[in-house]
Design a protein around this ligand. Structure first.
Ligand SMILES: Cc1ncc(COP(=O)(O)O)c(C=O)c1O
Length: 423
């Protein structure tokens, strides 16, 4: 595969952009080589600047659920652009999107729009601290909640991929009130805890579903001490099901964080929650939060259209596609005789090599530390399948992935598994 122009652009980028990338999870440091520079994408496919096409399972790290460059979304966005791209004043599109979210997610009565998942989480934690008048927060090892200082401890995904324990530059003070505990185990809580934040289905250490009882018991534990429960649904929101993970598990957190799908591929995210808590936000209450581009009209046009195009049946289709790949890959691994497990929950899944059971971050690291993923990754890439350059990312199937793409993926997975076995 000729990727010479990508390499040339990468070398140029490295001069002016640290590591040549605008976000470290795009780097190929873990899998080695240089990142591909992307020219365009359509549906299930992504095309690099050298003209190579790949079936894409990154799908903008889950932001794209319909597939790339959906024509109806394109039309809505073009119309919004023609009407002006940013006013820093309220628009009707914000109300429409807020109504869609609150109608789909039981218990989520109000939302505030921001521009990234990181901001949504920062604000949710600030709200929880203000509302409870407590300082300490609990997060789970391997769950990623964006790159704000207090949440970077035990951050999974990008940090894990680069082999970093935590980020430099985060002061001890900034994380002094952050307690990191094991995923899938309900921690002991006390009345010093403002909130527990969790990815209801963890998707930043590979895909790690909650064990039966984990989420209901976590809800109970929070209620017992008056701590708020925050569901970080930046990945699971409108991806796992019509009403996200909380609706699927029938558990109401006190606050939600949404991102990715809800922004239709644009920089938009949201904090949601019960009115009594959300009313603490400025200008109603004393919790300050703001953003020049928050609720941007182009982003809300995209988010509105994407949510309009999703219904209950969309999730059935995504689940079928995911199951087809999961079953196929599991059979391939068994037939070839390599140790591997495909963790799967609904529309989401990921492959763990070198282990047969992953329920938390320590388990996931056994797979990451085996250094087998780069072999699998490059064989997939050479056979036209674009995966995230990290063993800790979840695979994202879109509604545009058809049988031809799924079968091509399984054919490539067989070659990739053979390459791993030959190692
Ligand atoms: C669960 C979760 N929370 C928060 C974030 C941060 O979102 P953003 O990258 O938009 O800041 C991510 C990003 O991948 C995420 O997966």
């Amino acid at each position: 595969m000729n990727t010479a122009y990508s390499k040339e652009l990468y070398d140029r980028a490295c001069d002016v952009i640290p590591g040549g990338v605008s976000s470290p999870v795009r780097a190929f440091k873990n899998v080695k080589g240089h990142p591909l520079f992307i020219e365009s994408a359509k549906g299930a496919y992504i095309t690099d600047v050298d003209g190579n096409g790949y079936v894409d399972y990154v799908q903008s790290f889950g932001a794209s659920i319909l597939g790339h460059a959906n024509e109806e979304v394109e039309k809505s966005v073009a119309k919004a652009v023609r009407a002006g791209t940013s006013f820093a004043a309220p628009t009707k599109g914000e109300i429409e999107l807020a109504v869609k979210i609150t109608e789909r997610v039981p218990g989520c009565e109000m939302v505030r729009f921001v521009s990234s998942g990181t901001e949504a989480v920062m604000t949710a934690v600030r709200l929880a601290r203000a509302f409870t008048k407590r300082s300490r927060i609990i997060k789970f090892d391997g769950c990623y909640h964006g790159h704000s200082d207090a949440l970077l401890a035990g951050g999974g995904s990008g940090l894990a991929t680069l082999g970093l324990p935590d980020s430099e530059g985060v002061t001890e003070g900034a994380v002094a009130d952050t307690i990191v505990v094991e995923y899938n185990k309900v921690p002991e809580l006390d009345e010093s805890i403002a909130c527990v934040i969790v990815e209801p289905v963890a998707a930043n250490m590979g895909l790690v579903p909650p064990l039966p009882g984990f989420l209901p018991k976590l809800r109970q534990a929070c209620d017992q001490v008056g701590a708020l429960l925050i569901f970080d649904e930046v990945i699971t929101g409108f991806r796992l099901g019509y009403g996200g993970a909380s609706n699927l598990f029938n558990i109401e957190p006190d606050l939600w964080c949404f991102g990715k799908v809800v922004g239709g591929g644009f920089p938009l995210a949201a904090i949601g929650g019960h009115k009594v808590i959300m009313s603490s936000l400025a200008p109603l209450g004393g919790v300050y939060q703001a953003g020049t581009l928050s609720g941007n009209p182009v982003a809300t046009a995209a988010g509105n259209k994407v949510l309009d195009l999703l219904d209950e049946s969309s999730y059935g289709q995504l689940e079928e596609k995911a199951s087809y790949l999961v079953d196929g890959m599991q059979k391939i691994f068994e037939a070839i005789g390599i140790k591997a497990v495909v963790n799967h929950f609904g529309t989401l899944f990921s492959v763990f090599l070198a282990t047969d059971s992953v329920a938390n971050y320590a388990d996931a690291k056994i797979s990451g530390d085996s250094h087998l993923y780069p072999i699998f990754f490059h064989e997939m890439l050479n056979n036209g399948i674009y995966l995230a350059p990290s063993p800790y990312e979840t695979w994202f199937v879109s509604l545009s992935h058809g049988m031809a793409e799924l079968d091509a993926t399984l054919a490539a997975a067989k070659k990739a598994a053979l390459a791993v076995a030959a190692r």
